[in-house]
Structures are given as structure tokens and as C-alpha cells.
Write a protein that binds this ligand. Structure first.
Ligand code: ADP
Ligand code: ZN
Ligand code: ZN
Length: 739
């Protein structure tokens, strides 16, 4: 048969291939297009897949091919650029294409819902109703009123009818007479109202300073082509103002802007800032939405009704009818990299998407990733800099506090406490940063040295006070707090180290009349808890904020003039080669909370290593020099971004199986003489998690293409290895977190 058509479909399975099906019986294959959803049988289930290719010959015998059940769409779900982008990502990240699609589209579309905004039932006249002679229904008063209203209006919702005094029995009577009918239509009005605010476009643009102006012009004179801009601007330098003014130009051209922000950066404050500036519809996509809200925002973007779409990581796959620009704010942020399943980087995909759609991509940060700085050095990105704070705000002043041999009160040195006191006296606010939640990270017996460890993980359990417990921050196991040592029975036990809970208690005792706000995962879980605290804090007046890195991003605290970093040392000696980069970014981001309004800010950093070159470079010469030095070191060590890396992770209850498997992979690579540098198998930083032993094999190559080809061939080998069965393994391209 020459006109035979076989459908190649991406189905949600872990297999790295497309599945072949015969077209549904009633379908004319000419109407079938790549990117349509198709329901197919898989095993004894029915699943929803995506049509990727139409071919004329399958490698599988036609008699064994199953027939697809049903086509769900009359046009592709996504524009061809995005379809290609997903195929590219599946190939680049070596991840099954069905699962890539699964990640890229809203949940309700995966489940087979229609491409429809939320709907509403409306009443309208039937043909019979329309043909009703004048004067009919003389005596049925209310029925007559409803018919007349429908003649005037075309349609009415049940609610509108009720508001006009027409009761349900009246409606039912007319429905029974088949003079009117009830139809379901999209409720555009309700959807748009859902996204609206009363601040729409009330604010005018600020007049830009010279650097901002230069950055804006560089980008806006190249709006109709692909280019990547790295906008490196110190915290408070007015990057957001630059984004807003570029977006205004994009909207003027009737195009749309997609803005990606980090998970904890997508605050109501952020969204309000956009809403104050623009009167267009702004679609917001984040993890707190239900399926309905998510699909509504997605559809508004797909149809071109939302001028701006703001979202977190997965929003990078949102289709736009008239794509104009993609902006990735805080591009260095780890939340842009998905850490499990489809391990993509939304930042990197943004750059690729810009290329496919031929639109500019702006990556903004005060502390760009070394990857982006490297790309700028190689002139792949245009580097734009904002080196000064905008408006009246001044750069904060840094103070390194040497705490060697100094007495500490619950982790606070005397000079730091004095500085906090001064700040409070002048009715300003202090922010204390500790990157650890809970009360104390270690529970220890002073007599025998026993330490509370998680039985499932290779990690210490954290002591929490509220409610009292031992908590494993890796597997979430919770155990009661013992009051004596389970090993030697002695008591009491020692709670060592500092967490946010302990600092909060200490600060309450030290500054009993000052309001203290603790901001960490434990205090912000309830809905609006964070918003309420931020509102209170921003009322002004003396206060202390104590918290984890949740404090470092997104929020604007105009009354904070002092930032204290209780312990900067952990980042200096991390096992991950990116630890110093992350430490530098975090320090600068936290420090950037100080003095963002008219009052100048100061930053106090407590350390046992005041001479450490990394910290010194960072605070005396600034992030750009710090990053430049780190990049030179990566060059020397042959590490990313000066080389390309993939990580093969594996875990199992039996550690021997894991090492045997990874060793076999290593030998296979060596036997195939693949041009790779291999390290491992090595235990992961947390070598045991939830009873599973975790090892990894590091795969490095000086060339991206070589790495890609080698990994592809290795995966093919792994899929046939007996040792690979029954354990978990995954491949992470460009891993960000080496754990
Ligand atoms: P960033 O995004 O770089 O942290 P923002 O855009 O949030 O910086 O700007 C920081 C503060 O400076 C904001 O309060 C903003 O309104 C103000 N600002 C930005 N640009 C200007 C400008 N050109 N003139 C005056 N104030 C400005
Ligand atoms: Zn003991
Ligand atoms: Zn655990």
C-alpha cells in the first residue's frame, strides 16, 4: 500500500522513542498535523499522546500496530517553533519526548480538556423562539419579558435573568416549550476580570539614567531579531525599570513579552509593579494555580490576548501568538533548572526559543551565572552593565567581622549587636541572614559523642522547637526529641549550631521591645503569611527580620539599612565546585537588601577567615572581578562553563549494585574510546537518602557536541545492560546541583 500513513506519537512513558500507530478509523489523515493530541491505547490503558511525525513505513510489522483511538484537536496545540523547541530539548537533555511534552503543557491539556477558557451557561432563543409571532404569549408575563430581553440582547446568563426578576420555573417553562435553549460558551469576561486590577497602567515611566538609557536603546533597536543580552546591574540599579520600558515598546508593536522570574521572586509585589505600569492583560503562571487558572492564563497568551506573561520555570513553554521578547530575571537563580525528571534549564531553553522565534532574549541579574558571563566574554551575548544604584540609593558599605576567639552570644558578636542596636535606635530595620532553618543543626551527647542522625539518610537531623521534634530536611522524617542519650542514657543533650528559630529566640531576649519577624519555610507555609509579614514590615519602624535565603530575592524592604550575615564560611569549603559562585551570589543578593531607599545601608559579614581571598575579592572589588577570577579557575581545572558536563546518577538500597552499574558504564565508555573525561563512581554529597545509596559518574568533555554524541551512545548501551535493571538511574546534562 503506497498511501499508507503511520503516526509516530510521543506518549508519556519513560522510553526514549516515538510509538507507531495506525490512524483512527474515522480520521482523514490529511487533517492530521504535528502537535495535535491523540488518544492511543498503551498496554491496557488509554493515554494521550502528541502526533510528532507521519511516515509511510514502520519498522514494526503493520499487523502488530495498534490503531489510535481519537484525535482531540483540530489544530496543533503549539506553534511549530515550540514543537521544534520541545524536540530539540528532548534531544539535548536526552529525555523521553513524551515526558518533555508532559512538562511543557498545562495539566488540563494533558488530561484531554478542550482548549477553552472557563465556560458559562447562557440562554438564547431557538429557531422556533426566533420565529415566534409578535403578540404570542400574551398572558405569560414573565415569559414574555425574558423572550423580549433575549430578542434585544441575543443572550443572557441565568444570573442576569434572575437579576431581572425572572425565576427558574419561568426559564424552565420556555425551555420545555423549546422556545429558548441553554448553551455553554466561553466566559471571556470573567477570565479577563480575574486578571484585572484597579491599578491598571496608573504609573508613568521613570526617566532613565544614562546607563539605563543605553541598555534600553541597545535592546530596543534590535527588537525584531534574535540576540541575547546579558543585563548585569547591581541590586537596585533599575534593571526592572529597563525591562518595563522595553516591554512598553514591544506592546506598541502589538507583540507579547514573556517574563520568567525565580520561584520565590514571583510575589504579588512583582506582579503589581507590572500592573501599575501596563493596562494590557497580564497572565501570571506559577505553582500555586489550579488547573483552570493555569489553562486560562495559557490560553490568553496563546491567543495573543495577554500582552505580558509572567511566570516561573515551566512558563518558558507558554505559546505566544505574537512573540516579541523573553526576559529572564535573576538568570543565575537555581530554580530555573528542574532538578528531577526532565532536567531542563528554563534559562537555556529561553535562549534557544529566542533563536527559534527570532526574538531578543534578555538575561538580567546582579550576580550573573558564570555560564552567562562566559558567553558574554566570548561575545555570544551582548553585555550591558548598570554599575550604580538608580535614583537616590547608595551602594551599601561592607564590614568583615573577624570572629576568631571572640565571645559570641548565640552566634552574634559584640560589634554586630552594637550595630543592630544603633539601627533600631534610629527607627530603621535590620535583616539577619542564616541559611538554616530550625533551632539547631546538631543534637549531640556530650558524654559519648552520639549524634542524632536520620536512619534513612546519611545526614544529621535538625532540632526544631515549634513544635519540638527532630526533622530530616532531606526525607522529611520526623522523630520525637529525645531527652536523654539513646546510647549512654546520659542527659541533657546538647543542641549545637544555629538555625533561624534559635536566632529568633535569642534576638527576642536581646531586644525585647522590638518586633521580630522570622521568614523561612516554616513560617511562610500558610497562604498570605509572607504577604502579611512583608506588609507589616514595610509599615516602617524599628524591626528585625531573621531568615533564610527566602529573604534574598524578590522582596523590597525599604526600611532595612543593616544586613548581617551570621556565618559566611560554609560556602568557602563546599564540596560542589559551584559552592564559591553560589556563596558570592547569595552574599551580594542578601547585601542588596540593605539601603534600597533613601537611607544608606551597611552589611556585616561574620567570618573565621577574614583573609580568605574569595570573600575579600568579593567585597572589595565586587562581583564582576570575583566572577572573573572564578572563571579563570574553572579554566585551569577544566570545569564548566569552560568544559561541558553531564552527571549520571544512580541509587538503590544495595550500594554494591549501584557502584557495579556505574563502573560498567565507565568501562563501556572507555572501551568505546569515547573522548571523555570520566570521574567516579563517587558517592553523592548526601550518600544515603531515604534508605537509598546514591552514587554518580561525572562525564566531562571539552566540546558540547562530543559530549552529546557520547552520552547518546552511552544511553543506548545502558538500556541493554543487565546491571541497569532494577535500579534507578538518570542523566543530567549541564547539572547545576551536584548532589
Ligand atoms: P533592580 O531591578 O535592578 O533591583 P529596580 O528596577 O527595582 O532595580 O529599581 C530599584 C529602585 O530604583 C526602585 O525603587 C525604582 O523605582 C528606582 N528606580 C529605577 N530606575 C530609576 C530611575 N531612572 N530614576 C529614579 N528611580 C529609579
Ligand atoms: Zn551518650
Ligand atoms: Zn532522612
Amino acid at each position: 500500500m503506497s498511501n499508507q500513513v503511520i503516526l509516530q506519537i510521543a506518549v508519556p512513558t519513560p522510553l526514549r522513542c516515538l510509538f507507531d500507530y495506525l490512524p483512527p478509523h474515522n480520521a482523514s489523515s490529511a487533517t492530521l498535523q504535528t502537535g495535535m493530541r491523540i488518544q492511543v491505547p498503551l498496554g491496557n490503558r488509554k493515554v494521550i499522546g502528541i502526533l510528532i511525525n507521519k511516515i509511510s513505513h514502520s519498522k514494526i510489522d503493520n499487523s502488530k500496530l495498534k490503531t489510535a483511538l481519537q484525535i482531540l484537536d483540530d489544530k496543533p496545540l503549539l506553534p511549530s517553533t515550540l514543537i521544534e523547541l520541545i524536540s530539540w530539548a528532548s534531544d539535548y537533555y536526552q529525555h523521553p519526548i513524551g515526558d518533555c511534552w508532559h512538562n511543557a503543557i498545562p495539566n488540563s491539556l494533558r488530561k484531554g480538556d478542550n482548549l477553552e477558557l472557563r465556560t458559562q451557561k447562557m440562554l438564547r432563543l431557538t429557531v422556533k423562539g426566533k420565529g415566534l409571532p409578535v403578540g404570542a404569549l400574551q398572558r405569560a408575563g414573565k415569559q414574555k419579558i425574558l423572550l423580549e430581553r433575549l430578542q434585544q440582547n441575543g443572550q443572557l446568563s441565568g444570573k442576569q435573568a434572575q437579576e431581572e426578576g425572572i425565576s427558574r420555573p419561568v426559564i424552565k417553562a420556555l425551555l420545555d416549550k423549546q422556545l429558548i435553549e441553554e448553551v455553554t460558551i466561553e466566559d471571556q469576561h470573567a477570565v479577563l476580570a480575574h486578571f484585572a486590577t484597579n491599578q491598571k497602567g496608573s504609573e508613568t515611566a521613570l526617566s532613565l539614567n544614562q546607563q539605563q538609557q543605553y541598555a534600553k536603546e541597545s535592546i530596543s533597536k534590535q527588537l525584531n531579531q534574535f540576540n541575547v543580552f546579558l543585563l548585569e546591574g547591581v541590586t537596585g540599579s533599575g534593571k526592572t525599570e529597563v525591562y518595563l520600558q522595553i516591554i512598553a515598546e514591544v506592546l506598541d508593536r502589538k507583540c507579547q513579552a514573556l517574563v520568567l522570574v525565580p520561584e520565590i521572586g514571583l510575589t504579588p509585589q512583582t506582579v503589581d509593579r507590572f500592573k501599575r505600569r501596563f493596562s494590557c492583560t497580564i497572565g501570571v503562571l506559577h505553582s500555586g494555580l489550579n488547573d483552570r487558572e493555569r489553562l486560562d492564563a495559557w490560553l490568553l497568551s496563546q491567543r495573543g490576548q495577554a500582552g505580558i506573561i509572567i511566570g516561573t520555570r515551566s512558563a518558558i513553554f507558554t505559546p505566544m501568538a505574537n512573540p516579541g521578547i523573553i526576559i529572564v530575571d535573576e538568570e543565575h537563580d537555581l530554580s530555573f533548572k528542574q532538578q528531577d525528571g526532565f532536567r531542563y534549564s528554563a534559562r537555556d531553553i529561553a535562549v534557544m526559543r529566542g533563536q527559534f522565534e527570532q526574538i531578543p532574549v534578555v538575561l538580567g541579574s546582579a550576580t550573573p551565572s558564570l555560564e552567562s558571563i562566559n558567553n558574554a566574554e566570548y561575545k555570544r551575548y551582548q553585555h550591558l552593565r548598570l554599575t550604580e544604584r538608580a535614583g537616590q540609593a547608595k551602594d551599601p558599605e561592607f564590614n568583615l567581622l573577624d570572629i576568631r576567639h571572640k565571645p559570641l552570644t548565640e552566634g552574634f558578636s559584640k560589634p554586630l549587636l552594637d550595630a543592630i542596636e544603633q539601627t533600631l535606635k534610629s527607627q530603621q530595620q535590620a535583616l539577619v541572614f542564616i541559611n538554616r532553618r530550625g533551632f539547631a543543626p546538631v543534637l549531640m551527647c556530650h558524654d559519648c559523642g552520639w549524634i542524632a542522625e536520620c536512619p534513612a539518610c546519611d545526614i544529621r537531623m535538625t532540632v526544631h522547637r515549634e513544635p519540638p521534634r527532630l526533622h530530616c530536611h532531606h526525607c522529611e522524617l520526623i522523630k520525637p526529641l529525645p531527652n536523654h542519650c539513646p546510647n549512654c542514657q546520659s542527659q541533657p543533650l546538647q543542641q549545637l549550631g544555629l538555625g533561624t528559630e534559635r536566632s529568633e529566640i535569642a534576638l527576642t531576649q536581646l531586644f525585647p521591645t522590638t518586633p521580630i519577624y522570622r521568614i523561612d519555610r516554616d513560617t511562610t507555609q500558610r497562604k498570605f503569611a509572607m504577604e502579611n509579614m512583608v506588609n507589616d514590615i514595610n509599615q516602617g519602624g524599628a524591626a528585625i527580620l531573621v531568615g533564610t535565603q527566602m529573604l534574598a530575592k524578590g522582596h523590597h524592604f525599604p526600611h532595612v539599612t543593616l544586613v548581617a550575615i551570621l556565618d559566611a564560611d560554609a560556602g568557602l569549603f563546599g564540596v560542589d565546585f559551584r559552592a564559591p559562585e553560589r556563596m558570592g551570589q547569595l552574599l551580594i543578593q542578601v547585601a542588596g537588601r540593605a539601603g534600597r531607599a533613601e537611607n544608606p545601608g551597611s552589611v556585616y559579614i561574620q567570618t573565621h577567615f577574614p583573609e580568605h581571598p574569595l570573600i575579600n575579592t568579593l567585597i572589595t572589588r565586587g562581583y564582576p572581578t570575583f566572577a572573573h577570577n572564578l572563571l579563570a579557575e574553572r579554566q585551569r581545572l577544566g570545569l564548566p562553563p569552560r568544559s561541558y558536563m553531564a552527571l549520571l546518577r544512580s541509587d538503590h538500597n544495595d550500594p554494591d549494585r549501584v557502584t557495579r552499574f556505574l563502573s560498567e558504564v565507565r568501562h563501556t565508555a572507555e572501551r568505546q574510546a569515547l573522548p571523555l573525561h570520566l570521574v567516579g563512581p563517587l558517592p553523592a554529597a548526601i550518600a544515603k537518602r531515604a534508605h537509598r545509596y546514591r552514587y554518580q559518574l561525572l562525564i566531562i568533555s571539552p566540546q558540547r557536541r562530543q559530549l552529546q554524541q557520547a552520552i547518546r551512545s552511552l544511553i543506548q548501551s545502558i538500556e541493554t545492560m543487565a546491571s541497569a535493571r532494577s535500579l534507578r538511574w538518570s542523566i543530567d546534562i549541564d547539572p547545576q546541583d551536584m548532589n
